[in-house]
Design a protein around this ligand. Sequence first.
Ligand SMILES: Nc1nc(=O)n([C@H]2C[C@H](O)[C@@H](COP(=O)(O)O)O2)cc1CO
Ligand SMILES: [Zn+2]
Length: 186
Amino acid sequence: MEPEDYFMAAAVLSAKQSKDPNRQVGACIVNQDKKVVGVGYNKMPNGCEDHMPWSRSKAREAADAAKASVMDTAAVAAIYAVKADTPPEDELNTKYLYVCHAELNAIMNKNSADLKGCSIYVTLFPCNECAKLIIQAGMKEVVFLSDELHDRVETKASRRMLQRAEITMTEFLPKETEVVLKLKSD
Ligand SMILES: Nc1nc(=O)n([C@H]2C[C@H](O)[C@@H](COP(=O)(O)O)O2)cc1CO
Ligand SMILES: [Zn+2]
């Protein structure tokens, strides 16, 4: 197995631990010696796991629906229209205010002194908040499997920052498209 396939497979496997019913994301950080130094998946903060909502916001659902039927500007307009209409208590009961993204958890789980010069393998392109963490940690490369949320405003802001910070964004093209794991031999 090629090392790159192994790193992305580690991110994919990590994602499987997420309890988010709508989306499971994984991240795997690799240093310049090609050693894994941190993995993570999207989860609620420690100790909060069983007490936080996994609901999506109406604004997010409206944006995704608009994106599906029209185009990005309609999706952004949908976010703001519904947000303006949403009482703060409703927003308080969505996952977005609480969930720790896969990239944040991989960074917090690091087993090295720092992450300078590292690459981060992610199953989904990072959002703007995670892009900030990646930049400030001194990483140099983002390798992503999916760019499904390419037109989300958060993804656009992320790309803008990563580009400015001269962090390479590489779409992952696997050598092997399937990795079969058997935990017990027959
Ligand atoms: N790169 C990412 N890493 C992540 O861990 N996430 C997480 C946060 C949420 O749990 C979920 C997004 O929820 P939804 O809006 O697609 O229902 O994925 C999302 C992104 C997208 O930028
Ligand atoms: Zn993020």
